[in-house]
Design a binder for this molecule. Structure first.
Ligand code: 1CP
Length: 357
């Protein structure tokens, strides 16, 4: 592979610069993404076509010196494959035609065979690997069992997750039943992605941070841990590292770091210096610039990038990223400034550390 800095950082090995990629790096802030999406007809048509998915996965790499590609897909393809009927209402976010609201539907829920109902994702992985030709590693991903359950019960995104939380507090056994099925589904799906060629896997627990302390362990982390323990460890003679990202998970950093993952994704509420002191060299850390910082002029963006890099320092084991997905109205020049500054400044930090020793 011509650029394996991401894999090296995930293994806490030294790299010449801090590797950088961005959550939602392929998306609506890029004019070429919007053009391809218009040609495809809709987001779902785009995601379900391996040729279009390959095209948009590579788009950000053509513009910026990114150190990884991430499969273009969505976490909600898994519940869609379970028969919940994913659709996008005009001008609104994702929705399900058949959310899980009664016991009969929950009892009937089953993990899908990824080689059948999610074949288009696996075809996209194979096509993207070919198109990348070893330039950078390809990251595969899934929602966490809990975050998928949020959408499956609620039927859409939500500010308060009222339907989900009502089930959690009133009928916890029903939520556990969904989570059992989801853990199996996520494990099979990620292992199928690994078999198809992804070189890193990431679990997005976007809504785990909405839970109370004890419930986070019981309903979210316990199931992610189970998935991680059942992941294929090696493929093509290389370790396949896993990244667990929990938005709002900073308070549970030690527990997340002990989940079996190779790296913990952190949002911007976390101080990277303190985080490193808390977890040591047990795991790598990924993050954590506030995506809203990209609305500042390029020189300010560069200063905020340096602050994140300074907080972690020059030791191995940092992957630069945002603390959550990039916003659709982000200026492209800000992203260019971010990537350029990560490369230049992190190389300088390492050189400085070396002259000191
Ligand atoms: O109109 C469009 O073009 C659709 C916008 C969009 C995009 C670009 C959606 C709908 N999904 C995606 C792609 C996507 N989703 C990727 C692609 C790879 C990349 O470049 O990073 C990834 C990794 C995701 C993951 C995802 N989808 C998450 C987890 C990460 C996160 O941002 O928290 C979540 C929660 C979703 C659900 C989802 N899908 C789409 C939207 C708008 C949402 C959020 C819905 C909500 O909660 O309101």
């Amino acid at each position: 592979m011509s650029n394996d800095s991401l894999l090296r950082a995930l293994a806490r090995e030294p790299t010449s610069h801090t590797p950088v990629w961005l959550m939602r790096q392929a998306g609506r802030y890029l004019p070429e993404y919007n053009a391809t999406r218009a040609r495809a007809g809709s987001f779902l048509a785009l995601a379900k076509s391996p040729a279009f998915a390959t095209e948009v996965t590579l788009q950000p790499l053509e513009r910026f010196a990114l150190d990884a590609a991430i499969l273009f897909s969505d976490i909600l393809t898994v519940p869609d494959a379970m028969g919940l009927g994913l659709y996008f209402a005009q001008g609104e976010g994702p929705r399900f035609e058949r959310p899980l609201r009664d016991e009969a539907a929950i009892r009937a829920l089953a993990a899908p065979d990824p080689s059948d109902r999610l074949r288009y994702v696996l075809d996209a992985v194979r096509e993207i690997r070919k198109a990348l030709a070893g330039r950078v590693p390809l990251i595969g991903f899934s929602g966490s069992p809990f975050t998928l359950a949020c959408y499956m019960v609620e039927g859409s995104g939500s500010d308060d997750w009222r339907a989900l939380k009502t089930m959690l507090y009133a009928r916890p056994e029903l939520l556990h039943r969904i989570l059992e099925v989801n853990a199996r589904a996520v494990t099979d799906y990620l292992n199928a992605q690994i078999e198809a060629g992804v070189q890193v896997v990431m679990i997005f627990d976007t809504w785990g941070g909405q839970l109370n302390h004890a419930d986070y362990e019981e309903f979210s982390l316990a199931y992610s841990r189970r998935v991680i323990a059942a992941l294929t460890r090696e493929s093509g003679g290389r370790r396949v590292p896993s990244i667990l990202f929990t938005k709002g998970g900073g308070v549970w950093l030690e527990a997340i770091a002990a989940s079996g993952c190779d790296a913990v994704g952190v949002d911007w509420t976390v101080d990277l210096a303190a985080a490193r002191a808390r977890v040591g060299a047990r795991v790598a850390l990924q993050g954590n610039l506030d995506p809203a910082a990209l609305f500042a002029p390029p020189e300010r963006v560069r200063a905020h990038v340096r602050r994140v890099l300074d907080a972690f320092g020059s030791a191995p084991g940092h992957i630069f990223n945002l603390g959550h997905g990039i916003a659709p109205t982000t200026p492209v020049e800000s992203v260019a400034a971010l990537v350029d500054e990560v490369r230049a400044y992190s190389a300088k930090l390492r050189a400085k550390a070396q002259t000191k020793t």
